[in-house]
Design a protein around this ligand. Structure first.
Ligand SMILES: Nc1ncnc2c1ncn2[C@@H]1O[C@H](COP(=O)(O)OP(=O)(O)OP(=O)(O)O)[C@@H](O)[C@H]1O
Ligand SMILES: [Mg+2]
Length: 250
């Protein structure tokens, strides 16, 4: 029904005029005692299918708040978020987990893998909640781990993997349910610079295959490699720069 299953349409990437995400007048005000904190202040933008977008800006500018509204982890004070034309900010609280599972893949700074499960099992459990049959889960887990270059590490537990390998498992897990949008908050924040390049290359490759990705980062070396940079300041968009050709391969 929706435009899921993006993988495999090689060459059809980036900014093809089909918004997957629409954000309209998004506002989030936290009350700090009696003082309002405007974490997001009337933010609007669209993201097209296959875009690799980075969000940068000083600490406290609203980046994580924005990501948590898109990922349905929190509700805005005002405004709307549409994913695949569904207004997710109108969803009932009871519907949020299902929408999150079907539409969003999360990648965090500290990987957040389940430490008692191996790589394969970490992916398996994400799909089990979505009701994917066992055989299919196994096939897809192996395919995704191979895609992130870990086909020979599928039975390793997180403690038996390097930081960069753990983050690659986390990215494979985030892709497991074919999300409309992959959200990553500081995905390279806890890895060395060489591993950072591996992670960025992986995200670029996924975006070239049609996966829409939003990366929050402090690291301009990461942002410079994405096709669009939104700069946040005081809860508002202070800049929105398209960087043509960054991930184009021909
Ligand atoms: N639960 C909360 N209650 C009150 N204020 C909050 C809450 N969460 C965030 N804020 C405030 O909202 C503003 C934006 O926070 P946010 O976490 O989105 O910033 P950020 O851009 O992600 O910063 P960083 O780069 O440090 O991660 C900050 O001023 C913060 O103090
Ligand atoms: Mg943050």
């Amino acid at each position: 029904m929706s435009n899921k299953g993006n993988n495999g349409n090689n060459g059809n990437h980036a900014a093809n005029g089909e918004p997957v995400l629409r954000i309209r007048n998004l506002t989030k005000t936290y009350m700090q005692g009696k003082i309002p904190v405007h974490a997001l202040n009337d933010v609007s933008f669209d993201v097209n299918k296959g875009e690799l977008l980075s969000i940068v800006g000083p600490s406290g500018s609203g980046k994580s708040t924005l990501l948590s509204m898109i990922g349905l982890l929190d509700m805005p004070t005002d405004g709307s978020v549409f994913i695949d034309d569904v207004e997710i900010t109108k969803a009932k609280e009871s519907e949020a987990p299902r929408i999150r599972r079907e539409k969003i893949g999360f990648v965090f700074q500290h990987f957040n893998l389940l430490s008692t499960l191996n790589a394969m099992e970490n992916l398996d459990i994400a799909m089990r909640f979505s009701g994917v049959p066992k055989k299919k889960r196994k096939e897809r887990a192996f395919e995704l781990l191979t895609q992130v270059g870990l086909g020979d590490r599928v039975t390793h537990k997180p403690s038996e993997l390097s930081g960069g390998q753990q983050q690659r498992v986390a990215i494979a897990r985030a892709m497991a349910n074919e999300p409309a949008i992959l959200l990553a908050d500081e995905p390279t924040g806890a890895v060395d610079t060489k591993t950072r390049e591996v992670i960025v290359e992986l995200l670029k490759g996924l975006s070239e295959k049609g996966q829409t990705i939003i990366v929050v980062t402090h690291d301009m070396e990461v942002a410079k490699q994405t096709n669009r940079i939104i700069t946040m300041r005081d809860g508002k968009i202070a800049g929105d720069e398209y960087r043509k050709g960054v991930t184009e391969n021909e």
